[in-house]
Design a protein around this ligand. Structure first.
Ligand SMILES: [Cu+2]
Length: 167
């Protein structure tokens, strides 16, 4: 709103049309806000906490009733760095394409969100707009010198988002 305030106090601009325009703008803005509040379109409707450790990915819920904005809270409860990749795919969680210890993300489905590798004890948040469908949550970290990555060791979980309610 800073730019509005600058307009209001600017002496070089004709005050009446500006004020009228601002009034209209304010009305429209208030209208939008009210709409948002009733439909909850602008804030995450759902929260999903995901615990990451050796060797599991454990969301506190495996399904959502409908698509929409979802707040993911990823917590590293393990002892090494992990990440959280959210992949939209129809494949089972344990059947993603793997090459040289890592999931080939682009071959396995569509990545819709990712919390990059983070340290044990930390918690990271990410808000996504999820459409209905099947997802796999996994960790795609491959530690140096290892033949198998965290995904292959078990860091994966299926996640399902139900049909979007009719509009
Ligand atoms: Cu991991």
């Amino acid at each position: 709103m800073n730019f509005l305030r600058r307009f209001l106090i600017s002496p070089s601009l004709p005050p009446v049309p500006i004020a009228a325009a601002l009034f209209c703008f304010a009305l429209a803005w208030a209208g939008c806000r009210r709409q948002d509040n009733t439909t909850s379109a602008s804030s995450p409707a759902e929260k999903v906490s995901v615990a990451l450790k050796e060797w599991s990915v454990m969301p506190d819920r495996a399904t959502l009733a409908a698509g929409g904005r979802v707040l993911f809270k990823a917590k590293n409860t393990g002892t090494v760095a992990h990440e959280l990749v959210i992949l939209k795919t129809d494949r089972p969680a344990n059947a993603l394409t793997v090459k040289e210890g890592m999931v080939r993300e682009e071959a396995a489905g569509k990545v819709v969100g990712e919390v990059e590798e983070f340290a044990p004890g930390l918690e990271k948040e990410m808000t996504l707009d999820l459409s209905a469908g099947a997802y796999v949550l996994f960790c795609n970290v491959l530690e140096g010198g290892q033949a198998e990555g965290h995904y292959q060791k078990g860091m994966r979980a299926a996640f399902m988002v139900g049909p979007v309610s009719k509009r």
